[in-house]
Structures are given as structure tokens and as C-alpha cells.
Design a protein around this ligand. Structure first.
Ligand SMILES: [Zn+2]
Ligand SMILES: [Zn+2]
Length: 119
């Protein structure tokens, strides 16, 4: 038997960088390392599943930005551009015609509604 080890080819390094990100476990606070792109990180110690911050590229300068899950807009730390995260709904404020109240003063009635934006 030959125990010759065949060296693993290292010339074909993958183009994709295996970026690693870090976050603190939401359960026990342990610093966890997870691969870039993961949405959830499960703690090896307490099995708590922590939502990983999401990433996007700034709509203006292209800088990679990190934002907490559930955010609606991200402000670029470099160019201050605010990138909106494709909101499903849009808050609209509808101002109705002013009305008179019992004492004869004008009262503006403002209604706030949520609408689904159709392109
Ligand atoms: Zn944990
Ligand atoms: Zn930017």
C-alpha cells in the first residue's frame, strides 16, 4: 500500500470569496461566525436562531451596507444616500377637507392608511 498523499489542487481557487460575518447570539451572547449570505444563524451552544443582518449595495455608490432584518430603508454611511428596501406597502396620509367642530373651529381630519403600491 502506498501512503502517498495527493496534494489537493490549490491553483483553482474559487472566485467566490467565502466571506465570513460575525454576530452575537441573541440567546446567549456568544460571538458567532457565519458565512456571508446566511439569513439565520443557529448558535452551536444554545441552539438559538438569530436573524442575521442582511446586506445590500448602496443604490448610489454601491457600497456594501449591512442592515438589521426588517429594516425599510438603509442610509449609506459613505454618501448618505437612502436605499429603500422595496417596500410591499406604502404609508399614505390623506388629508380630508377641514370641518367645523362644535365650537365653530376648523378641524383638520387626517387619515393615515396603508396602501399596496401597484406598478
Ligand atoms: Zn447562543
Ligand atoms: Zn452610498
Amino acid at each position: 500500500m502506498s501512503g502517498t498523499l495527493i496534494p489537493y489542487p490549490t491553483q483553482q481557487q474559487q472566485q467566490h470569496q467565502h466571506q465570513q460575518c460575525q454576530l452575537y447570539c441573541g440567546g446567549c451572547g456568544t460571538l458567532l461566525v457565519y458565512p456571508y449570505g446566511s439569513n439565520h444563524v443557529r448558535c452551536a451552544l444554545c441552539s438559538f436562531v438569530t436573524n442575521a443582518p442582511a446586506h445590500l449595495n448602496c443604490g448610489s455608490c454601491g457600497l456594501l451596507l449591512m442592515y438589521p432584518a426588517g429594516a425599510h430603508a438603509v442610509k449609506c454611511s459613505s454618501c448618505q444616500f437612502i436605499t429603500c428596501l422595496a417596500p410591499q406597502t406604502q404609508t399614505v396620509i390623506v388629508e380630508n377637507p377641514m370641518t367645523l367642530d362644535d365650537s365653530g373651529q376648523l378641524v383638520s381630519s387626517v387619515a393615515v392608511g396603508i396602501t399596496t403600491k401597484h406598478a
